[in-house]
Design a protein around this ligand. Structure first.
Ligand code: FCB
Length: 462
């Protein structure tokens, strides 16, 4: 493919620059104002997170959201993707709503709109209400109805102000790790539970899309998937990589966008699929949210529930400080694949670098590696757009350092450093770099409007 003509190229004026975060990772206040526990409260309380960390305080965003929105304003982002904590608004997951919890997201949404930042509301980011897990959670078919009722509550409450909705963040990640590979709530290890959960989460997605369409007719609705190349750790692991790739990259987007399970999984999913289900799952979507960090490596492991586990991969490749392989070309290729397969506008809804940043003697955080990573990945996005892929936005994970699931607070993904004991926020070098990039990209696209039709027939001004 030809490289973009750099001299003439500018970012489309409508391109959405943003940041992403999620409720459990930042809010804290887990026992405040009537919030009910989620599976991640339970997982944290059991001491399974690194350093015995929990989400109890996290970034205290529940109280400090005005300061965090001011940081977003300083960055110049046009959009903020956040998630609603299901158990904050429905402490039991269903039944009586919690007015104090609902009011928190009113305040958040209103403050975002006042700051000129568009709220992108994701209904679910890993934090199933514990009360629902106690009833069987995603492994029972009723979960689709619970989720649709929750979506109805959220759409009805915020749909007057929020127009961008995502259903479920990375369904393949929380089902694979939560029900088979280990290392995430609810920490089951059983393949039939995994498959049941996959199908019910897919049904929940479809039901939520339907509910939102009725309640918020102008809504732009998407689904968010983690799509990353799944490679064999050794030549003997080719079949294992193919299997893991089917679960990781296709078990959700294929039924949601194409109306069928990937061929590798059709037979094993069949016992759970009832007449009409695939039509219930495959509801028209407005966009595809792509989360992407790095290629993954698979190792055949007959002793594991799935017969495959994550492998280390080659030692001679470039990696981030937390050991994730760095491969911006893989993002470009993934963008092409997602575009060709699903034919939806794409937003990169997560991308970023995890590290162990610490302030220097004068309190500065010079996270050069994050800047290099982000600039290489954003360049991959730019090239994909110039080659005809319909990418309409890019969101950095994350604005703040936050609770990185089983890794706790040790791993930091933020553009802004959080000193957890004091909750002091300190923008890192990458924060200023991203602010400059957004400014340059938006100013340039204002000056030279670009009318371009890419090879895929894409009109970037559309
Ligand atoms: C993604 C999750 C997000 C964050 C990043 C690093 O899988 O969606 O919550 O943990 O990884």
């Amino acid at each position: 493919m030809n490289p973009p003509d750099d001299a003439k190229w500018t970012w489309p004026p409508t391109f959405v620059w943003g940041v992403s975060m999620s409720a459990f990772q930042i809010e804290g206040a887990t026992r405040e104002d009537g919030r009910g526990p989620s599976v991640w409260d339970t997982y944290g309380a059991s001491g399974r997170v690194a350093n015995h960390d929990t989400g109890d305080v996290a970034c205290d965003h529940y109280h400090r959201y005005p300061e965090d929105i001011a940081l977003m304003r300083g960055l110049g982002v046009r959009a903020y993707r956040f998630s609603v904590a299901w158990s904050r608004v429905l402490p039991q997951g269903r039944g009586a709503a919690n007015e104090a919890g609902l009011a928190f997201y009113d305040r958040l949404v209103d403050a975002l709109l006042e700051a000129g930042i568009e709220p992108w509301l994701c209904l679910y980011h890993f934090d199933l209400p514990q009360a629902l897990d106690d009833l069987g959670g995603w492994a029972v078919r009723d979960s689709a109805g619970w989720f649709a009722d929750y979506a109805t509550l959220v759409g009805r409450r915020y749909g007057d102000r929020v127009k961008r909705f995502a259903t479920i963040n990375e369904p393949s990640i929380f089902t694979l790790f939560g029900y088979a590979l280990g290392g995430a709530a609810p920490d089951a290890a059983d393949v039939s539970t995994l498959r049941r959960a996959i199908h019910n989460v897919n049904l929940a997605h479809g039901a939520a899309v339907d509910a939102l369409r009725v309640l918020v007719p102008q809504a732009s609705i998407g689904a968010i998937h983690n799509v990353q190349p799944c490679l064999p750790a050794t030549p003997a692991d080719t079949d294992a990589a193919d299997l893991l790739g089917a679960y990781w990259n296709a078990a959700f987007p294929d039924p949601q966008c194409l109306g069928h399970y990937p061929s590798r999984l059709v037979e094993v999913m069949e016992p759970y699929v009832q007449a009409g289900d695939l039509a219930r799952i495959c509801r028209p979507l407005d966009w595809f949210g792509l989360n992407h960090y790095s290629p993954i490596y698979a190792t055949a492991n007959p002793n594991s529930p799935l017969g495959v586990t994550l492998g280390a991969g080659p030692s001679d490749i470039s990696r981030t400080p937390i050991d994730w392989p760095t491969a911006p070309e893989a993002l470009r290729e993934t963008l092409h694949q997602v575009h060709n397969r699903y034919r939806l506008p794409i937003y990169v809804t997560e991308n970023g670098l995890g590290s162990y940043d610490t302030p220097d003697a004068i309190g500065k955080i010079t996270d050069t590696q994050r800047i290099e990573f982000l600039s290489a990945y954003i360049e991959a996005v730019r090239r994909a757009i110039a080659e005809g892929v319909d990418v309409r936005g890019y969101f950095v994970w994350s604005l703040l350092d936050n609770f990185e699931w089983a890794s706790g607070y040790a791993v930091r993904f933020g553009l802004v450093h959080v000193d957890y004991p004091t909750q002091k926020r300190t923008p890192k070098a990458s924060y200023f770099w991203y602010a400059d990039l957004i400014k340059a990209a938006t100013e340039a696209s204002r000056v030279i409007p670009l009318a371009r039709s890419g090879s895929g027939g894409l009109d970037l001004l559309r």
